[in-house]
Design a protein around this ligand. Structure first.
Ligand SMILES: [Zn+2]
Length: 302
């Protein structure tokens, strides 16, 4: 198993406790936005929350995900350091707060926000976290996507194409990936996280089986040179995707076997069925438990 660890990924994993299952951090004063050049005028930004992809065309920029509103000025400065062209599109991979926090500010600066249609509905109606019961109220109108799609959409900007697609019912009901064929870069959203367990928003359309299906689709879509920008964690490649897929399927099968024995979710957590992965990922009790819970509630809905 070759998980890709990076300092920034580990820092992000420590700071951020897991998508919709998390208490959103409130102190961003120490957060630094780092820029990693990928290929073909395409970059990854890391700060706190979901990874950001920045794709620069001849006359404009497309950005994937927007982390948290208090980081907007720092994110904007990092983008401007790459190129002072305007941000024409902001694509949201899904509705979680650590990926859409900067939406209204990007829109106020002239970006058109684009997402899968179900994602817009989740933002518009608000959501309840299936693990914690925490309520996310309806988003402000300014933060909502102005343009949505159902299955596929190609956005053209400055001579480049961003291909958006919708894996059905995986991390949430409204996931998108963004593929830049010219740079051979794939931004996966939170369907893929490297060096940490993913969250699965089972209360809002996510499911472990479709997480595995979507990861299979990603593996089929890429080649050995493709750069994978995961929702969280360090950059990866096809091999990292294959290892990650094995972790998902193994965890699913282990939890399914214990469900078949009649075990409760708490008994399964106590049994530590994923001890090997827990050690490899250096996770704490909360994350170990939450990973079991999101798999369990995918397979045995309440
Ligand atoms: Zn998420």
């Amino acid at each position: 198993m070759k998980y890709v660890f990076g300092l920034a990924g580990i820092a992000a994993a420590l700071l951020f406790a897991g998508g919709a299952s998390a208490q959103l951090p409130t102190d961003f004063s120490q957060t630094v936005i780092t820029t990693t050049p990928l290929r073909g005028n395409t970059y990854m930004l890391m700060g706190e929350g979901g990874n950001i992809t920045v794709a620069v065309g001849s006359d404009s920029i497309l950005v994937v995900d927007s982390q948290f509103a208090p980081l907007y000025e720092r994110i904007k400065a990092a983008i401007t350091a790459i190129s002072d062209l305007p941000v024409r599109y902001l694509v949201n991979t899904h509705h979680h707060g650590d990926h859409i926090g900067g939406n209204a500010l990007f829109a106020a600066d002239g970006a058109t926000i684009v997402s899968q249609a179900n994602m817009r509905t989740l933002l518009e109606t608000g959501t309840v976290n299936g693990l914690t019961g925490n309520v996310t109220p309806p988003a402000a109108a300014e933060a909502l996507p102005a343009e949505t799609f159902d299955d596929m959409l190609t956005l053209r900007f400055g001579g480049r194409d961003a291909e958006l697609g919708h894996p059905v019912g995986a991390h949430t009901s409204g996931d998108s990936f963004v593929r830049f064929r010219d740079a051979d870069v794939l931004a996966t959203g939170d369907i893929v996280t490297f060096g940490r367990y993913p969250n699965i928003d089972f209360a809002n359309g996510g499911n472990i089986n479709q997480m595995i299906e979507a990861t299979d689709a990603y593996i089929a879509m890429v080649d050995d040179d493709t750069i994978i920008v995961p929702g969280h964690g360090a950059l990866g490649n096809k091999e990292s995707l294959i290892d990650y897929r094995a972790m998902l399927a193994t965890s699913r099968d282990r939890v399914a076997a214990l469900i078949a024995e009649g075990k409760t979710v708490d008994e399964i957590i106590a049994a530590r069925p994923n001890a090997d992965y827990d050690t490899a990922m250096n996770v704490d009790e909360t994350r170990i438990g939450n990973w079991i819970r999101v798999v369990y509630y995918s397979l045995a809905p309440r």
